[in-house]
Design a protein around this ligand. Structure first.
Ligand SMILES: *Cc1c(COP(=O)(O)O)cnc(C)c1O
Length: 419
């Protein structure tokens, strides 16, 4: 028997749920591409992207997915043979590094863990040993969508500074921009990139890059530049040049609506919503974990991402749970990827999500655990509800307002608090 008919719920970490307002913004005729309304639209988007990256620096829009954004970021600042240090905490920084190697960089991976954040002290130690400053760029993801780790971008910047190292600091914010606090200027990020289809709630097909003056200085003598990604070409006044060809107009209409929604809600409120929903999700998983079969992949509560939660499953195929939630409940979960292939499922709580969507997802999982007789601590959903009732209460609001992301101690306390 299935109770799946009704609105299908996509709980995968990208592409995420697209709001109706964003979908409807695309139902309109195309526009002239050299003059007129498109010119103003592009300017407004480049400006508002500065707001979501929290930077005064230049921004660029590419007709590309996140991988295209990676290539845009790399080719504009690197020269053939440049050494690049990749800080790993899962799959995505490694993927970015593979791309750098493919185009001719000398890539070194600072080994990390799939279950913990990048260690700033290890970064400092490695950079101190690079006395001749051969390393030209440091690549890191803020949230690794495969492992569910969130890295401390500010702390790693401090480590780079403590080592007195001049490398460019490049951050992948695909699974974090529009989900958690991201402060390009305040945290000293030189190049930031993201894509449309995760926190930014827009159909896949757009990538965004922001680059500061230091990155633009590196750009001047970079030898990996290609015309399609080239920042200098894209700074030329003709509107057509801003996209190196026909603008992806309908995706831009969609992005306009999505950015309007984010700015109307308020970026800090968006971060807070993600933090609260993630916190509730972690409370549910912690409860289920009492059955010794399920557990959060990321060990330390403070290192768990607020946009996606990979859940390890021991002794049974995670696919059996995902298949159940999809066919019986109409909820599609993410599968484990990379090292977690066949070992985990992923719950996305990213972008256009609210309490009923996340609670519905958690309920479908708990139904699966019951129906499939998978040992678990009873009352995971109840724990999530209690958590959210507490944190969204007036008192919780005042506390949460101090920081969109709760402190380590707070999260630890809340995750372990009895329901
Ligand atoms: C999804 C994702 C990417 C890749 O984006 P694509 O659009 O699939 O190319 C890169 N980095 C992170 C952190 C991601 O989550």
């Amino acid at each position: 028997m299935t109770v799946a008919n009704g609105r299908a719920l996509l709980a995968i970490p990208g592409p995420t749920n697209i709001p109706d307002r964003v979908l409807q913004a695309m139902i309109r005729p195309a526009e002239e591409i050299y003059t007129g309304a498109m010119v103003g639209l592009t300017d407004s988007l480049l400006d508002d992207l500065r707001k979501v990256f929290r930077t005064k620096s230049r921004t660029y829009i590419y007709a590309a997915n996140g991988h295209g954004g990676w290539e845009a970021a790399l080719t504009n600042v690197l020269s053939r043979g440049d050494k690049v240090l990749v800080l790993s905490s899962g799959r995505f920084a490694i993927g970015w590094g593979e791309m750098a190697r493919f185009i001719g960089a000398d890539v070194e991976v600072l080994e990390g863990s799939w279950r913990a954040s990048v260690d700033p002290a290890a970064v400092e130690e490695r950079l101190r040993r690079d006395k001749n400053h051969e390393i030209k760029a440091v690549l890191m993801v803020q949230i690794d969508t495969a492992s569910g780790v969130v890295n401390d971008v500010k702390a790693v910047r401090k480590a780079i500074d403590a080592a007195g190292h001049p490398a460019l600091y490049m951050i992948d914010g695909v699974a974090s921009v529009g989900c958690v606090r991201f402060e390009m200027d305040a945290w000293g990020i030189d190049v930031a990139m993201t894509a449309a289809q995760k926190g930014l709630m827009t159909p896949p097909g757009l990538a965004f890059v922001a680059a500061n003056d230091k990155a633009h200085r590196a750009h001047e003598h970079a030898t990996m530049k290609t015309l399609y990604w080239d920042w200098t070409a894209r700074q030329q006044p003709p509107h057509y040049m801003k996209y190196c060809g026909t603008p992806p107009e309908h995706l831009l209409f969609a992005l306009r609506a999505a950015l309007d929604m984010i700015l109307e809600e308020g970026l800090e409120a968006v971060w807070q919503r993600h933090a609260l929903l993630a916190d509730a999700t972690h409370a549910a998983v912690s409860k289920w974990a009492e059955g010794q079969v399920l557990s959060c992949n990321v060990v330390e509560p403070s290192q768990r991402a607020a946009s996606v939660t990979p859940v390890l499953v021991q002794g049974i195929e995670p696919e059996t749970i995902a298949k159940y939630t999809e066919t019986v409940c109409g909820v599609t979960l993410g599968s484990g990827i990379g090292e977690l292939t066949g070992k985990a499922f992923r719950i996305a709580h990213m972008g256009h999500v609210n309490a009923p969507m996340v609670m519905g997802t958690l309920s479908a999982i708990e139904m699966a655990l019951n129906a499939l007789n998978i040992p678990h601590g009873a009352g995971g959903v109840a724990a999530a509800i209690a958590q959210l009732a507490r944190t969204t209460s007036a008192q919780g609001d005042a506390r949460q307002a101090e920081a969109a992301k709760p402190s380590q101690a707070e999260v630890a306390e809340r995750v372990t608090a009895p329901a």
